[in-house]
Design a protein around this ligand. Sequence first.
Ligand SMILES: [Zn+2]
Length: 354
Amino acid sequence: MPKKKSLWTRETPCLVCETNMNNYQFMTKSQTVVVDEWMIPHTEAIGGYESFPDELKTTICPKCLTGSNEYSYGVDDYSRFYKSPTKNNQMKEYFERCADARFHLLADEFARFEKESATLDARGNRPKNTRTRATMEKIWQNRDQYGVPFFNLIFNEPRDLVTVLVLFSMDRFYQLLRICFNNDIEPSNWEYKTMQEAVDEKFSAEKLSMKSAEPRFWYLTQNFLQSNYYLDKLIADIYNDGEHPFADLKKEYMEQAYKNLQYCMDNDDLSAVPLETKDGGINLLMAKFHYMFENTEAGDKCLRFAKNYADNRMKRISSSNQQLFVNMTDDLYKEHFAQEAEGAEEGATTEKAG
Ligand SMILES: [Zn+2]
């Protein structure tokens, strides 16, 4: 029997310029969310449904290039940035003001993957050079005439891995701008790098307080981790896992994910963690990052917290994601506290024997 379709495309007006954009949803109850070893959620088909392509995560406007990875961005409950009309209009103005900066990021990111784009285009019989900087710039200069059909052609399904990676950078732009707006940060201009530096400057100096949670740091963490996941897929596809030019980019994605997760931890913000493992999950993830960047002491502290959570607060495991969390915590704990772990097991055996 053929599988049931799970992909559902909805047209929805851009929150900034009201041009129609495609939002890709999956049918209710057609997918389940499974996390991987970095706690990144992936959808997995249930029953007779097709898998939903996670590559379609970004909803992006073909006119002003405002784009977000948030699942229901632009639809239903998310048809405005803020409930307050004044705040909402201010936010729109922010986005209008920096359309050029979004375009620069888009063009830079496509340029970064120019060689890979060419390979994928040749394979998929796409017109050559569509995504080169020269073409992009020409289109942007004449965007009133050609912008919408051109960017629709580039962005709409099926998306290849280069497009996915480029669109993820547009989500990062979106999240950073909203962080600036929420926290009264005024960078000297709205280019991505300048915004990023201004945000870092503010939050490395003054930590967020519990009262002013900022879930967008978690969205950024996820974005960088997921970007690394897609970058690995691209490397496997184009370079057969052999030598590739992306070692520095992979490192940068991980450093950025680490930094943003630290901002989340600073204010105990777990509000956005879409996991059934909450504090435990985020501490396990943090521990993995600390170890990766050789911050052993901090890693041990987070890992002990995660282990305690797994042992004492997860008595009844009700999902495969929770089971995965417990297994990963136990494995990492054994690796880092070998002696203690052995001791505990011996203790448990004695208890049973008694
Ligand atoms: Zn727009």
